[in-house]
Design a protein around this ligand. Sequence first.
Ligand SMILES: [Zn+2]
Length: 126
Amino acid sequence: MYEISDDLKALAREVIVSHSNLAPLANGECRIAYMWCDAEKKRNGKAVYADTEKVNDKVKTVAGVDFVITFYRPNCAGLNDEKKRILMYHELRHVGFEPGGSCRIIPHDVEDFEDIITDHGMNWVI
Ligand SMILES: [Zn+2]
């Protein structure tokens, strides 16, 4: 079950104004819906805390949003406010929005193992 969340929207506003690289999201032109989901989502056996989706043109027309950010309640239950804030920042970094309306999902910079990043840094491959 999904629920539109004013709390997540307020958290997102707070995160957007405190990160200058998220400024394109602050002008109100980029429409993001924020939702809680009661399901416990997993991907490749690991808990998914939240995700960000770019909606297709049909849904965009019906719902009037460009992106949907969903937090999965059972997985987020153990996160304190600071971790929720970091999670929201993470999800907002996926939102690729150019003024004028072009939308895309920005992929992660790295997919790697924790011990390799710890030992060799994030850019070891370059
Ligand atoms: Zn991500």
